[in-house]
Ligand binder design. Structure first.
Ligand code: DX5
Ligand code: ZN
Length: 233
């Protein structure tokens, strides 16, 4: 329905009532001064805070885990959006819920029983997201699209901040928008990796609902401004 509205809006040139959601990625924050960065997020137009959890197995890097999430959760006033780049994410559903995570994103490539994991997440009271890597086709989501609250399209290979945007991701967002509209799913489309004002605009036009941005926000001279730019593309 939403994208229908969007088509009508473009056609008639009205001011769109659609606003992009923005989820700054904590991975690019200054870990020696995390509370300053969380304060910045609290006072910004960000809709949520993206937490990249990496295990050194599913991705070739290790980031942070429960102790950091616990501390962040105490002071962050925005919903926590956890992106789990780990094997067997189903093991940690209740712990993440108890730490205050609102959205739990699991990789399709990391789940042997994705449908079961999605329902574990929803039954725990969180929103359930499924994430796909750049080499995973959108069609792989066909039989799960009506069960998820969110699809996260990776526009870089997961594991590191500051990588270049993979152009092919724009086409994937378009395909996913079609799949969502045709299936009647209510899933939102989130995109993560190499997002800046330029790539963000392409993603917005393709039908993305939410942009994750790490280096574009935290390396900016004015992070509030960078968040606002993505919010009002
Ligand atoms: C990469 C992470 C991203 C990362 C994005 O594996 O999932 O969330 O922080 O960083 P940028 O925006 O710098 O590409
Ligand atoms: Zn991420």
């Amino acid at each position: 329905m939403e994208s229908f509205d969007r088509i009508a809006i473009f056609a008639t040139n009205f001011i769109p009532d659609f606003t992009m959601q923005v989820s700054p990625s904590l991975l690019s924050a200054d870990f020696a001064h995390l509370s300053d960065d969380i304060e910045m997020i609290n006072s910004s137009e960000a809709d949520m805070l993206h937490l990249d959890v990496m295990d050194g197995v599913f991705v070739p890097n290790i980031s942070f885990g429960f102790p950091i999430i616990k501390s962040v959760s105490k002071i962050c006033e925005k919903p926590l959006d956890a992106h789990l780049m780990i094997v067997e994410p189903q093991k940690w559903v209740t712990q993440l819920r108890d730490l205050g995570v609102r959205i739990m994103n699991v990789h399709l490539e990391a789940c042997n029983h994705l449908h079961r994991t999605i329902y574990q997440i929803r039954e725990a009271g969180m929103e359930a997201g499924v994430t796909i890597n750049p080499a995973t086709p959108v069609m792989m989501l066909q039989d799960i699209i009506c069960d998820v609250d969110l699809v996260l399209i990776m526009s870089v290979n997961p594991g590191f901040g500051g990588q270049s945007f993979i152009d092919h991701s724009v086409k994937k967002v378009r395909e996913l928008r079609k799949l969502i509209d045709m299936s009647g799913s209510k899933a939102k489309i989130q995109v993560d990796g190499g997002v800046n004002a330029e790539t963000g605009r392409l993603l917005a036009e393709a039908g993305a609902d939410c942009l994750v941005a790490g280096s574009y926000v935290f390396n900016a001279k004015d992070p509030h401004d960078a968040i606002s730019t993505l919010k009002h593309l």
